[in-house]
Design a binder for this molecule. Structure first.
Ligand code: PLP
Length: 349
């Protein structure tokens, strides 16, 4: 390996807390959050609700738990929930949507994460003795498996009107909502105003070690709080987690634009390499997803990268994801592209 440090492009979840976050955690004022007496948690929740333009917020341990709690808080067992077919909830959350929340997922394909409004007609059917009741539409913004693509305020508005016309709720898995807002040159509340409730993660590009936040109206958050307790997610002196969260919201949001620039640079560089197929237009935030020509064995390729200190994530056969984040500098992008090119030499491409 030629480089002293690993260039870890698997995910923005690998980010470590900043010194300021660690200091904030060390000095955090704490109390028992069961009694709503942790002042740091309360401050973080107020700040989060305000940034997202909603009444209330709830700190939970993970994005997966935030999604599960929100599904349960929005729906009754046996109801039908509309999910995008590549969504994180459907692919990567152990099927909690069915096994724990007791919901029937109806998946809809989309080009880059935003539903074509016409496609929502199939699951939203006229009432019938035989049909499960649809109660919720979910969107994911940015969309992970589509490569960090954004759903615009207009697209959300269209989906929201369909939800309203049919008396359904609209929920957003906004794990990376700040990336979406930055890419769209808007503020997150301009996006969240179209949804009834949503969650975002502190522990991805914002660098916190733990935590996600659910936001919505007071009633919804009240139910969510009880479900968090049911699922074992009620924490006690959670100020130690909330303090880095406050630093994240105040100091770490604007710099996400650097990650976006780096992802674009990386995409441009690797688009020139033979054997790699990448749609530069779909690199909208901090992810660059590409496919390898079929004659290349993806595990051999990934191992070659690893030997040279670059880590990448396989998404499915020959589809690979690279994610930029805090700690990845422009120089790492230059090095990683050279290593990727070298890993593909020797093939008849
Ligand atoms: C879009 C999306 N939603 C939810 C999650 C789940 O978050 P966590 O890993 O904190 O459970 C992730 C994690 O990568 C994600 O990308």
């Amino acid at each position: 390996m030629r480089h002293s440090h690993i260039i870890d492009l698997r995910s923005d979840t690998v980010t470590l807390p900043t010194d300021e976050m660690l200091e904030a955690a060390r000095h955090a004022k704490m109390g028992d959050d069961y009694y709503c007496e942790d002042p740091t948690v309360n401050r973080l929740q107020e700040l989060a609700a305000q940034k997202m333009g909603k009444d209330a917020a709830l700190l939970v341990p993970s994005g997966t738990q935030a999604n599960l709690i929100s599904l349960m808080s929005n729906c009754n067992k046996g109801e039908l929930v509309i999910l995008e077919s590549e969504s994180h909830i459907y692919w990567y959350e152990v099927g909690g949507v069915s096994s724990v929340a007791g919901l029937l997922p109806w998946t809809i394909k989309s080009a880059k994460g935003a539903y074509d409004p016409d496609d929502l007609k199939a699951p939203i059917r006229p009432k019938n003795l035989s049909y499960p009741e649809p109660s919720l539409i979910c969107v994911e913004n940015t969309h992970n498996r589509h490569g960090g693509t954004v759903i615009t305020a207009d697209q959300l508005g269209q989906i929201s009107s369909i939800a309203k016309q049919n008396n359904l709720k609209l929920y957003m898995d906004g794990a990376r909502i700040f990336n979406a807002a930055i890419a769209l040159k808007t503020s997150p509340d301009k996006l969240t105003k179209h949804v009834d409730n949503m969650m975002f993660c502190l522990s991805k590009g914002l660098c916190c070690p733990v935590g996600s936040i659910i936001v919505g109206d007071k009633e919804f958050i009240g139910r969510a709080r009880k479900i968090r307790k049911l699922l074992g997610g009620q924490l006690r002196q959670a100020g130690i987690i909330a303090a880095p969260g406050i630093v994240a919201l105040e100091k770490m949001v604007d710099r996400l634009r650097i990650d976006h620039e780096n992802a674009k640079l990386l995409a441009q560089k690797i688009s020139k390499i033979k054997g790699i197929n990448i749609d530069i237009n779909s690199v909208q935030t901090n992810m660059a997803t590409f496919t390898l020509d079929s004659q290349i064995d993806d595990s051999v390729f990934l191992n070659k990268l690893k030997e040279q200190g670059v880590l990448a994530l396989p998404m499915s056969k020959n589809k690979i994801r690279l994610v930029t984040h805090y700690g990845i500098e422009r120089s790492d992008i230059e090095k990683a592209s050279v290593i990727i090119e070298e890993a593909l030499t020797g093939y008849d491409l």
